[in-house]
Design a protein around this ligand. Structure first.
Ligand SMILES: *Cc1c(COP(=O)(O)O)cnc(C)c1O
Ligand code: SF4
Length: 337
C-alpha cells in the first residue's frame, strides 16, 4: 500500500441509492456498511454523481459527505425530535397542499428528491417510492388553488419539483399561472447543485413563464457551487428565473463565520441572493447537526460588516407545532451597548 491520502474514487455514472453502492464507490468504508444498512431500512439514500464527485472519502468529517452519507446516529431519536416538526399535516386542506399563511400555499407534486439529506425536516415523508400526486389528486390540488383567491403565491416544493419531467412541471406552472389571483410562482429545489445536468434547455424553457418565478436553491456549503452548478443556475437566470438561496445551519457543515461567508459569497457569484438561513428543525435522528440558536447568532454577528449586505439571509426558526417561521436575530443594537 502506498503512503499518503487515498486516491479519490472516480465519479460514478449513476446515482447511488444503497449502502452497498456507496461502499463500492469508495464513499463509506466496509466497516460502516452494517450501520448504513440499518439506516437504509428507515430512511432513503441518494447520492448523485455530481455530489459523489464532491465528497472527499479520505476525510470522515467532509462537509459534503456529512450532508448525504447515512450515519447510525440517525436511528437514535432524541426526546425533543418530532416526525413532522413543521406540523404540515394539520394545515393541509387537500392532499399535496399546505396552507398556513393567508397569501401563499405550498403544493407538493411529488416526494422524490435528487439526494436525501440526512438532516431533512421532511425525512419521514420524502423518498422515491409512491410519492407523486396522481392525476385526480393533482386536479383536486389545482382546484383548491383556483377557489382560494386569497392565495397570491404558489410555492412548489416536495420532494423536489425539478425532479418532475419538464412537461409535467410546465403544465403545473401554466395551470397555476393562469389563475387570475396567482401573482408569484416559487419553487424550492436542490437540483441545481445536486443534479445540475437535469437543468436542461427544455427544463429552463418550461420555467420561462410570464408570471414572476422565484427559485429558492437549497445549498449549505460553498463547494456545492461547482462549475456545473454555476452553469445550471446561469441557464435558469437566462430563462428569467429569479434565484434565491436557502441554507440550514448545520454542525460540521457550515457552523463558522468563515464557512457561511464562503457559502454566501459563492451564492452571490452564482446570482443567488441568500434568502433564509434555517435553524435546524428537530426531525428524528438529526441531533448531530444541531447548532444552538445563541451560537448561530454569534456566528452571524461575526459576519456583519465583513460581507456585503447582499449576502445577508434572514436567520429563521420554525416554531414547534406549526407556529410558522420567526426571525432569530442576531439583535445587533442590543449587543453593541
Ligand atoms: C416556509 C413556508 C412558506 C414560505 O414562507 P416564506 O416566509 O414566504 O418563505 C409557506 N408556507 C408554509 C407552510 C411554509 O412552511
Ligand atoms: S432535498 Fe430538501 S426535501 Fe429533499 S431530502 Fe434534502 S432537505 Fe429534504
Amino acid at each position: 500500500m502506498p503512503d499518503g491520502p487515498l486516491p479519490r474514487p472516480e465519479r460514478p455514472e449513476r446515482t447511488l441509492t444503497t449502502p452497498e453502492a456507496l461502499q463500492a464507490a469508495g464513499l463509506i468504508p466496509a466497516a460502516a456498511l452494517p450501520g448504513a444498512m440499518a439506516v437504509a431500512e428507515r430512511y432513503s439514500i441518494s447520492v448523485t454523481p455530481a455530489v459523489a464527485a464532491l465528497i472527499d472519502p479520505a476525510d470522515p468529517a467532509d462537509p459534503i459527505g456529512r450532508q448525504y452519507l447515512p450515519d447510525p446516529a440517525e436511528l437514535a431519536t432524541a426526546p425533543h425530535e418530532l416526525a413532522d416538526p413543521t406540523a404540515d399535516a394539520p394545515h393541509s386542506p387537500v392532499p399535496g397542499v399546505v396552507h398556513r399563511y393567508p397569501d401563499r400555499a405550498l403544493l407538493k407534486p411529488l416526494l422524490a428528491c435528487p439526494v436525501y439529506c440526512r438532516f431533512c425536516f421532511r425525512r419521514e415523508a420524502v423518498g422515491p417510492e409512491g410519492g407523486v400526486l396522481g392525476e385526480a389528486a393533482l386536479e383536486a390540488a389545482l382546484g383548491w388553488f383556483a377557489r382560494t383567491p386569497a392565495v397570491r403565491e404558489a410555492i412548489l416544493t416536495g420532494g423536489d419539483p425539478l425532479m418532475l419531467s419538464p412537461r409535467r412541471l410546465g403544465m403545473i406552472l401554466a395551470r397555476l399561472a393562469a389563475l387570475p389571483h396567482i401573482e408569484i410562482l416559487r419553487i424550492h429545489s436542490r437540483v441545481p447543485v445536486a443534479a445540475p445536468e437535469r437543468v436542461t434547455a427544455t427544463l429552463a424553457a418550461a420555467l420561462a413563464v410570464e408570471t414572476p418565478l422565484y427559485l429558492c436553491v437549497h445549498a449549505n456549503h460553498a463547494r456545492e457551487f461547482t462549475p456545473d452548478a454555476m452553469a445550471a443556475l446561469g441557464r435558469l437566470h437566462a430563462a428569467g428565473v429569479v434565484l434565491l438561496g436557502q441554507s440550514v445551519l448545520l454542525r460540521g457543515v457550515n457552523d463558522s463565520p468563515e464557512a457561511l461567508e464562503a457559502l454566501f459569497r459563492a451564492m452571490l457569484r452564482a446570482r443567488v441572493k441568500p434568502y433564509y438561513l434555517h435553524q435546524l428543525d428537530p426531525a428524528p435522528g438529526t441531533a448531530r447537526f444541531a447548532v444552538p440558536v445563541e451560537e448561530g447568532r454569534a456566528i452571524l454577528r461575526a459576519l456583519r460588516g465583513r460581507v456585503t449586505g447582499l449576502a445577508w439571509p434572514v436567520y429563521v426558526q420554525e416554531r414547534p407545532g406549526g407556529g410558522g417561521k420567526v426571525p432569530l436575530g442576531p439583535d445587533y443594537a442590543a449587543n453593541e451597548a
